[in-house]
Design a protein around this ligand. Structure first.
Ligand code: HEC
Length: 202
């Protein structure tokens, strides 16, 4: 009986830790995803408004990945955990953004959601937590992802993307997701550090 009680306590303690981890993962992922989308959009818009859509497409084809890497490093330092960032979509432009087997179900879950009340979707694995945040189409996106693309845009797209599926969208459509992957060991370390600072402060 005692043994059972002890193991129950251990299990519930582990469970409490897991939820603490999940809460922190969600908070970190929301901040990371916001920053990531902001960095990409700012860089893209700078070229779009100074040099036009064709130059912006060329810019994205070259710089989307380096920007992802730069933002990843910046956020690792700022947030104090090991994380990775990527964008995925069922209707992708860059085949590197196609969902993998593990991404398919969470992406479907996001797709079924009411866009007025978007929620993140989480998957907890032994070593990492994946947090999925939905991306929706805004007006500015239509220049390159809409259904009425200019000749110049079509030409630029066909130059860089052979199998572009990311067209024909409307404002408010579900576009895909940002996936923030956080290593659990680094999360656990951060939780420990935070609770130590809390105790010291008392
Ligand atoms: C100037 C043209 C342009 C505009 C405007 C634009 N995009 Fe894109 N988008 C691209 C290109 C080019 C890629 C492929 C980048 C790459 O090669 O990684 C892309 C890729 C993406 C991806 C990654 C998935 C995929 O299809 O490969 C998402 C998500 C995305 N765009 C969302 C948006 C959203 C949301 C907006 C509006 C806020 C937007 N885009 C505006 C050109 C554009």
């Amino acid at each position: 009986m005692k043994k059972l009680l002890v193991s129950l306590m251990v299990v519930s303690a582990l469970f409490a830790e897991a939820t603490k981890e999940e809460q922190l993962a969600k908070k970190i992922a929301l901040e990371a995803s916001m920053q990531y989308q902001k960095d990409l959009q700012n860089a893209m818009e700078k070229v779009l408004y100074s040099k036009g859509p064709a130059a912006a497409i060329q810019f994205c084809s070259k710089h989307a990945y380096p920007i992802t890497m730069r933002t990843t490093l910046k956020l690792r330092r700022k947030l104090g955990v090991k994380l990775k960032l990527k964008r995925i979509s069922f209707k992708y432009r860059d085949s590197a953004d196609a969902p993998n087997v593990l991404n398919v179900e969470p992406l479907k879950e996001l797709q079924r959601q009411d866009p007025r009340h978007p929620q993140v979707v989480m998957r907890v694995y032994p070593n990492r937590i994946d947090v999925y945040e939905p991306i929706y189409v805004q007006k500015v996106c239509l220049k390159c992802h809409g259904s009425n693309l200019s000749g110049e845009v079509k030409k630029a797209l066909s130059k860089y993307y052979e199998n572009d599926k990311a067209r024909g969208y409307h404002v408010g459509d579900f576009r895909g997701a940002v996936v923030v992957t956080i290593e659990r060991r680094s999360l656990q370390k951060l939780i420990k550090k935070q609770s130590q600072t809390d105790t010291n402060a008392q």
